[in-house]
Design a protein around this ligand. Structure first.
Ligand code: FPP
Length: 240
């Protein structure tokens, strides 16, 4: 006892390599640039972005991933043009309607994080139905809608305060992601290197990967590659 750093806790054996990632999150960026490069409207880029999401949903189980969290609409995205916001909301409606059977068939459980109850009432109703229909899935697809990391932390802290305990553990237990595995890997596409208010708390010990691929070009192979890269990384959690 007392000689050198003591390695205890659930993360102690992860120091050899990242091991098998359980929870990956993605900032899906570059739809607009993908479309611009082809002289197409931004809306087409978003449509192709949805196809990239669809490919990953089908790959979750084969890849052995427990949870994938996607940044679909940030609380700052309301600042985009009204037309673009409408396009994104309509894509969301279409996606849920068309892909719900696919979720069930692929054993995927839907989860929504963010202030999503403030979205259009028909979208809220569709999401509630989708949550109920996918409740038994063994893989989680968490979609961040009207999400902001600072807002999530503030909401969690307020709930913790009401319960009378404002500690890191107590706040964490109130985050939208409280029932998900710890975040292992955060990926951002399109070459931008920033968090844009996504999963700020959860990113504390996550590995980060920034890739140049534009989101509509992102394939399950890219995720497999990222998981392999993660498995080789050494995670220290503040230790030696
Ligand atoms: C970033 O591209 C992407 C978004 C703001 C939205 C992401 C949304 C989707 C992939 C489609 C909807 C998702 C679901 C789950 C139905 P950008 O427009 O910022 O691209 P740019 O930086 O190249 O302009």
């Amino acid at each position: 006892m007392g000689e050198g750093p003591v390695q205890t806790g659930e993360h102690a054996d992860a120091r050899i390599g990242g091991g098998h990632a359980r929870h990956v999150a993605i900032i899906m960026d570059g739809n607009g640039r993908w479309a611009k490069k082809r002289g197409m409207p931004r809306a087409v880029g978003h449509q192709r972005g949805v196809e990239a999401v669809r490919r990953l949903v089908r790959g979750l189980k084969p890849m052995g991933l427990e949870c994938l969290t996607l940044y679909a609409f940030s609380s700052e995205n309301w600042k985009r043009s009204e037309d673009e916001v409408d396009d994104l909301m309509n894509l969301m409606r279409k996606f849920i309607k068309s892909d719900l059977p696919d979720f069930v068939a692929n054993d995927v459980k839907l989860k929504i994080i963010g202030d999503w109850q403030g979205l259009a009432p028909d979208i809220v109703a569709m999401l509630e139905d989708a949550l109920a229909q996918t409740a038994n899935g063994s893989r989680t697809l968490a979609v961040a809608l009207n999400y902001g990391g600072q807002n999530e932390i503030a909401r969690a802290a307020a709930k913790a305060a009401v319960l009378g305990e404002v500690t890191a553990n107590a706040i964490e237990a109130q985050l939208d992601t409280a029932d998900l595995p710890p975040l292992d890997l955060l990926i951002r596409t399109s070459g931008e290197i920033r968090l844009s208010n996504f999963l700020l708390w959860q990113a504390a010990y996550a590995e980060m990967l920034f890739v140049d691929t534009l989101w509509p070009d992102f394939k399950p192979e890219h995720l497999t590659e990222a998981l392999d890269d993660f498995a080789r990384r050494e995670r220290r959690y503040g230790g030696r």
